[in-house]
Design a protein around this ligand. Structure first.
Ligand SMILES: Cc1cc2nc3c(=O)[nH]c(=O)nc-3n(C[C@H](O)[C@H](O)[C@H](O)COP(=O)(O)OP(=O)(O)OC[C@H]3O[C@@H](n4cnc5c(N)ncnc54)[C@H](O)[C@@H]3O)c2cc1C
Length: 439
């Protein structure tokens, strides 16, 4: 059961009344969850705050309603469209997300987190993405890539110093791993951290960093032993107010516009020893474990975009008449709607089953974290294309959100490792499992 504090936050009153319900069909029934986690069979893991117990289906459903209230109030279509047009993140959104409690879904309660776990984080990510893909992407870079990395790997002192501000939304977080020459092969990064008296000097550049232009705190990976390959990487907590740090430029992207993406420059930035995240030269473990959970939580992004495509296509096809009847009465149109719906439900089942295994059994399966986002991302692009086709001419104009959904969805086949790399990750997991047969 979720903690009392978490439930109090979820129960915050809202200023606006609700319009038509937007709750999608429940993925797992309350009975199924109760069966899987009868009283006394609660799991904790190293991926959760101490004393964590998985939320019930009712908790998750209540959370979903709260996020929907939030998006109706704070992130309506006009805000999402304006964010896309202006390519600028609505800065006041951080405090609103913080006030709602959404920025610390997986974090300890004593630093302001809700400690609700990964299913809950996916629920928030899905519903925010349904309202605005780009706001949700920035949200996940902050709450998962930065906050959760600090939660999992930070010392008590690091957590006390950085998490309260990040969770309240008064500070913005990011994670910088990729470089222009090191994307898929991220271990070949060249940003170097040279040990000096009292800390390290970081020198290099990082590319495509979500929230980079706005961030106050960045988790940065750099080489501390350049000749040691993957065993020579260290993770650091870097404050962007440090001398030598700059954001060289904000990138002009085809989609996810308004999720500010930047190229970061580190010109001999001093990072004190107490800001090493995890072990010196132990960064690859932080990075790879982080990537699993990052892929899992990000897989809820395409779910929200698929739901958004249905939110547009279903009413449109039932209102739009051609040949004297709603176009949705045409079997070709029904087939496309049915495919969109089925792809969403299958993707949703995969993501939440994977998140539930993390919450209830502490089991993080690399191939399923990669598999959930691989599957959902490709289906989201297909669904967005279907949505455009179903809208005909209106699908091709910016008055409707269909083209934005397509431009936003495509990112999920690239960011957090491309589809090709996800297939490689899954294949390698099988190679490990079946190694004995080839010996
Ligand atoms: C909007 C956006 C936000 C991002 N946010 C962040 C962030 O916050 N932090 C961060 O660190 N990074 C971020 N990234 C970077 C992202 O993770 C990389 O772009 C991604 O990993 C791909 O790397 P690359 O662009 O260098 O492509 P490349 O690695 O150059 O790949 C190019 C193509 O080659 C294919 N390819 C490469 N190697 C293989 C192989 N071995 N087998 C088969 N095909 C292969 C790829 O699949 C791809 O199709 C972001 C990217 C974008 C676009």
């Amino acid at each position: 059961m979720a903690s009392m504090k978490a439930l109090r936050v979820l129960a915050r009153p809202t200023r606006h009344s609700l319009s038509a319900t937007r709750t999608p069909p429940a993925l797992v029934s309350a009975a199924a969850v109760t069966q899987a986690t009868p009283q006394g069979r609660r799991y904790a893991s190293s991926k959760h705050p101490a004393g964590f117990s998985p939320p019930s289906a009712a908790d998750l459903s209540e959370l979903r309603e709260r996020v929907q209230e939030f998006t109706r109030r704070e992130l309506p279509e006009e805000v999402a469209a304006a964010t896309d047009k202006s390519n600028a993140f609505p800065a006041d959104m951080w405090a609103k997300l913080g006030d709602a409690g959404f920025l610390g879904m997986t974090a300890d309660e004593d630093v302001g987190g809700l400690g609700l776990g990964y299913q809950a984080h996916c629920v928030v990510m899905e519903e925010l993405s349904r309202a605005s893909g780009s706001v949700a992407l920035s949200y996940a870079a902050h709450s998962q890539l930065c906050v959760n990395q600090l939660q999992l790997n930070g010392t008590p002192a690091q957590k006390q110093k950085y998490l309260p501000g990040l969770i309240a939304g008064t500070k913005v977080g990011a994670l910088a791993m990729s470089e222009s020459g090191a994307g898929s092969d991220v271990v070949s990064m060249r940003t170097a951290a040279k040990e000096v008296d009292g800390g390290f000097l970081l020198t290099g550049t990082k590319m495509w960093i979500t929230n980079g232009p706005d961030a106050d705190v960045v988790v940065v990976y750099a080489k501390t032993a350049p000749d040691a390959g993957s065993k020579g990487i260290t993770a650091f907590i870097v404050e962007t107010a440090s001398e030598g740090f700059s954001c060289a430029r904000k990138l002009d992207k085809m989609g996810m516009r308004g999720s500010n993406t930047g190229e970061l420059v580190f010109d001999a930035v001093f990072v004190p020893t107490e800001n090493v995240l995890g072990q010196v030269n132990g960064g690859v473990r932080v990075l790879m474990e982080g990537l699993d959970l990052e892929r899992l939580v990000l897989s809820a992004g395409p779910l929200g975009l698929m739901q958004a495509a249905l939110d547009v296509a279903l009413p449109f096809t039932h209102q739009r008449k051609q040949f004297g009847q709603p176009i949705a009465h045409n079997q070709f149109v029904q087939g496309r709607l049915a495919d969109m719906y089925t792809k969403l439900q299958a993707s949703r089942a995969y993501t939440y089953a994977t998140a539930r295994a993390v919450d209830e059994a502490g089991e993080v399966r690399t191939q399923d974290c990669a598999g959930a986002i691989l599957y959902a991302a490709e289906r989201a692009t297909e669904s967005a294309l279907d949505c455009i086709q179903l809208l005909g001419g209106m699908g091709y104009v910016e008055e409707m959100p269909a083209s934005r959904l397509l431009r936003d969805a495509k990112l999920y086949e690239i960011g957090a490792g491309t589809s090709e790399i996800r297939r490689m990750v899954i294949g390698r997991a099988f190679n490990k499992e079946y190694k004995h047969l080839g010996a």
